[in-house]
Design a binder for this molecule. Structure first.
Ligand code: GLN
Length: 448
């Protein structure tokens, strides 16, 4: 009821697309009953969770905040959702986002932007803006988002909360609407590392419905969380001294490094020559994958269908898609089909794959030598609403620090670090080796 009341009070934030009020209350009452009778309950009993509108929950609408899926109901639940329910979590509703998770501000939603609860003239970040604000404004305890190039870490940074993107394959993508399949990963928002760890514990692990979900055993994330250790940290000089990084934030990171050294850790600057290539490589590869993934939305089997009559099949597809998709999604489908087209494939797609390999190898090399890499999450604090909508390239370039972890498939987390003189929070990003979420969470806990 606390959360339901807050959701109603803070409706103007536009974080939730739908609230499952009756269902959530029923589940809560049932749990109360079970606890009263001394019956066992799951690991997340009573934990109130919101889910991004790209994650399927059987019997509920899922729409990727797009007109093209208007009226569509999930036929099955995502594995992550199944596991949350099996652990007795309460799913309270689904959350606004950029259409098909494409964006950095939540302004690409067909349902209007979500507002940053700290400053309503600013964006919450994106694409999982609703998921971030839901936790930021205490509309639920934790939430799920998806992170293809930063969509969990970046809004967490803009909202002053924690956002975790696990290793590619750590959490099953079954039931996650695909944007770029080789990058997508479900992520978790929270205000406490222990909460994020508890949710990861439940939803991670192998899944027969997703062959890219890793077979590895899931370690106990809560054990060891509170140990304080001495760490060997690296930072990327090219990231730390990048011209695009806000000057005040730059100082904030240097202060952090100094305080870490004072506390007995080592902090070493490493070169990383590829930084200026990561955004181009990311946008070539993800738009290519998206153009293929989104070809299924043709309006024939499901989704938006035009009212226009007497069209031939090709015009029928075109009309359905033209009416159903928003501007940014169309832009990316065009980009993606272009980079995949005969004659350009080698120049763009193959080249970007080669960049991905180089970036991954270099990053892994540094991660072999150090416990973790520390870097900014975003080069600036939250943008003003509308500030970047007319300049998609400027918007893409702001992803410079987040896409790295998705290109390489490594886990990364953003935790709150400081407050800018403009009043907005900013975070620090921590990156560890593949499947080392245990260390990632421990370090994040120690840094907070
Ligand atoms: N801002 C990035 C993009 O628009 C990241 C999106 C995401 O992680 N889903 O592609």
């Amino acid at each position: 009821r606390l959360y339901l009341d807050r959701i109603a009070q803070l409706k103007h934030l536009n974080a939730f697309l739908e609230v499952y009020e009756e269902e959530a209350l029923t589940k809560a009452r049932e749990l109360d009953e079970r606890i009263k009778n001394g019956q066992p309950v799951g690991a997340l009993a009573g934990v109130v969770v919101g889910i991004k509108d790209v994650i399927c929950y059987k019997g509920h609408h899922v729409g990727a905040a797009s007109r093209i899926l208007e009226g569509f109901t999930s036929l099955y639940s995502a594995t992550a959702v199944e596991r949350l329910l099996a652990a007795d979590a309460i799913i309270i509703g689904n959350l606004n986002c950029d259409e098909f998770a494409m964006g950095s501000t939540n302004e690409n939603s067909a349902y209007g932007p979500t507002l940053n609860a700290l400053d309503n003239t600013r964006v919450p970040g994106g694409s999982s803006g609703g998921s971030a604000v839901a936790v930021q404004a205490d509309l639920c305890l934790v939430s799920l988002g998806s992170d293809t190039g930063g969509s969990v870490r970046q809004p967490a940074d803009f909202c002053g909360i924690i956002g975790l993107k696990p290793t590619y394959g750590r959490i099953s993508r079954h039931g996650l609407l695909a944007y770029a399949s080789s990058f997508d990963q479900i992520g978790i928002f929270g205000k406490e590392i222990a909460d994020v760890a508890a949710v990861l514990q439940v939803i991670a692990g192998p899944d027969e419905f997703d062959s890219t979900a890793a077979q590895r055993e899931v370690p106990d994330y809560q054990q060891g969380l509170l140990h304080n250790k001495s760490h060997r940290f690296a930072y990327l000089r090219d990231a730390q001294y990048h011209e695009g990084l806000d000057a005040e934030m730059k100082d904030g990171y240097i202060d952090l490094f100094e305080s870490l050294v004072d506390a007995g850790h080592t902090v070493t600057g490493k070169g990383f020559d590829y930084l200026d290539y990561v955004v181009p490589a990311y946008y070539v590869l993800t738009t290519a994958e998206a153009s293929s993934n989104l070809s299924r939305y043709d309006g024939v089997r499901f989704g938006h269908r035009t009212n226009e009559k007497n069209l031939d099949l090709i015009d029928f597809y075109k009309k359905n898609r033209s009416e159903g998709f928003g501007k940014e999604v169309k832009r990316r489908i065009l980009l993606g089909t272009f980079v995949l087209s005969a004659g350009y494939y080698d120049a763009y797609y193959t080249k970007a794959q080669q960049v991905r390999r180089l970036v991954t190898d270099k990053l892994n090399e540094i991660l072999e030598e150090f416990d973790a890499i520390l870097m900014p999450t975003v080069p600036s604090t939250a943008f003003k609403l509308g500030e970047k909508t007319e300049d998609p390239i400027a918007m893409y370039l702001a992803d410079i620090y987040t896409v790295l972890a998705n290109l390489a498939g490594v886990p990364a987390i953003s935790v709150p670090l400081g407050r800018h003189s403009n009043g907005m929070p900013y975070g620090v990003q921590i990156i560890t080796k593949k499947f080392d979420e245990a260390a990632l969470l421990q370090i994040a806990h120690q840094l907070m």
